[in-house]
Design a protein. Structure first.
Length: 157
């Protein structure tokens, strides 16, 4: 069984100058229930279909299965998705032995910037850059599937 182990943080500071590449991502959900999300993504010129299971109690680990699909197929499937497509730019930022994926959201989620780091184990140590803010791992409000239904612009801070 494929297991995704990642931690998620808010970003507070300059990170863009350290990015080694940036890609635009458009994604939607065929199913966004917490027990299983089915995501369709168009990332650059590549499509992707992902199934994720419910997370563990900490939100650090959950089942994930993913396969590449043609961009044309992804565009067709995006038309079938639930309302609320996610639009973001992903910045790939190397820090020590890890690669942080920093998502800068657009549209109704504009103003939100979140960094994720994938790990081999939940307790794996990693270098924390100065722009890494509050940890939000396990806070469901920051899950993309939730942001598609309850965008950041609608939050009452």
């Amino acid at each position: 069984m494929a297991q995704e182990i990642e931690r998620k943080f808010l970003v507070c500071g300059e990170f863009k100058s350290r990015a080694i590449r940036v890609e635009r991502i458009c994604q939607g959900y065929l199913s966004s229930v917490p027990e299983r999300t089915v995501r369709v993504r168009l990332q650059g010129e590549q499509g992707c279909l992902t199934v994720k299971g419910a997370g563990d109690a900490s939100g650090v680990s959950r089942y994930e299965w993913e396969t590449k699909i043609a961009a044309e197929e992804a565009l067709e499937l995006l038309r079938l998705c639930e309302p609320g497509v996610i639009d973001k730019s992903r910045h790939y930022v190397p820090v020590g032995q890890h690669l942080f994926e920093v998502d800068e959201f657009h549209g109704e989620n504009a103003g939100l910037v979140v960094a994720e780091v994938e790990l081999h184990a939940p307790d794996e140590p990693f270098e924390r850059p100065e722009w890494l803010g509050k940890e939000v791992t396990g806070d469901v409000r920051y899950y993309n599937a939730v942001l598609s239904r309850a965008p950041y612009s609608t939050w009452k801070n």
